[in-house]
Design a protein around this ligand. Structure first.
Ligand code: PSU
Ligand code: MN
Length: 304
């Protein structure tokens, strides 16, 4: 196993000292945001995690290894190269064997984090059940991963490019806890609320850590969705953003966008149609998740 894992100096030291570590994904860098905001955000998110008492580990596939913790040059490369594959569970073996560059999705980052002994992962948005999935069967591998891999995932809820109701049903079937962090409503990424409630509300990092520990102590496999609402000042008007998402969905349909290209296409389109406002919100919510995630990682390190 260790032959496929490689750690940055910072993460290696954190592991030796038993410090709290927060995993971060690289698809958000390579396929979720444009250059150079992607690299700048990745750096700032790492720093927020350090400032809040944990050690960041951005994860990606390089040279036949799963790299846990990227150097500054590697972050730059993943933000700017056009030969980086979006890497989910199905792609890991192929990318390691061929030594190609891979940016890890939520699913692949969870797998890597678990292999590296990291219990907490911060991102912006998870994949889910897409609208129209009853005919396309487009359901993100992220959801299956949440049901079987032992990593808690902090995100800003489910985006309305997805069918939020079906995504919640899927998670319920698979036994994945969906926690509203300081909220009774499931946040919808760009907005603080959706029309759906969560069934678990927790108000502190310690409560989240205790819930995860109890689940894992029981031997129950899988992670959880810790849904943390975007800060008020950065949230978009629900009517405005949902109208734009509708337009983006129509265009994706007309262009015949399929498979792994759907989510990056929709994110790019929404950014274009909001004239960059969605990107600003996206950056703000990831940073907000980094603060909460670092606190949960600290608490998980204390209740081991
Ligand atoms: N949502 C975002 N930004 C992202 C993603 C989702 O707001 O960058 C990425 C994540 O890496 C997630 C992936 O795991 O998209 C889901 O892709 P798919 O829907 O193809 O499973
Ligand atoms: Mn998909």
């Amino acid at each position: 196993m260790e032959k496929y894992l490689s750690y940055s100096q910072e993460v290696l030291e954190a592991k030796e000292k038993g410090l709290p570590i927060v995993a971060l994904e690289s698809t958000i860098i390579s396929h979720g945001m444009p250059y150079p905001q992607n690299v700048q955000t990745a750096r700032e998110v790492e720093q927020i995690i350090r400032d809040n008492g944990a050690v960041p580990a951005t994860i990606a596939i390089i040279g036949g290894k799963i790299k846990i913790g990227l150097t500054d040059e590697e972050l730059e490369m993943f933000g700017n190269a056009d030969n980086v594959a979006k890497t989910s569970r199905r792609d890991l073996g192929y990318l390691l064997a061929t030594k190609k560059l891979g940016a890890t999705t939520v699913a692949a980052t969870m797998i890597a984090a678990e292999l590296a002994g990291i219990e907490l992962f911060v991102t912006g948005g998870i994949g889910g059940v897409h609208r129209g999935a009853e005919t396309t069967m487009d359901i993100s591998a992220d959801l299956e991963e949440l049901s079987q891999t032992n990593v808690a995932v902090v995100c800003a809820g489910a985006k309305s490019i997805l069918d939020i109701g079906l995504t919640l049903e899927y998670l319920e079937t698979k036994g994945v806890p969906v926690v509203g962090f300081g909220t009774d409503m499931l946040p919808a990424f760009y907005t603080r609320e959706s029309e759906f409630t969560v069934n678990i509300r927790l108000d502190s990092a310690e409560e989240v850590a205790d819930m995860m520990r109890a689940k894992w102590d029981l031997g129950l496999k899988g992670g959880s969705v810790i849904a943390n609402p975007i800060p008020k000042e950065e949230a978009l008007d629900a009517g405005f953003i949902n109208g734009i998402i509708e337009k983006a969905l129509v265009e994706a349909e007309e262009k015949g966008i399929k498979g792994k290209d759907v989510t990056p296409f929709l994110l790019g389109k929404v950014k274009e149609l909001t004239e960059g406002k969605s990107l600003e919100s996206n950056i703000a919510l990831v940073k907000n998740n980094a603060r909460v995630g670092a606190a949960i990682a600290v608490a998980l390190n204390q209740n081991k």
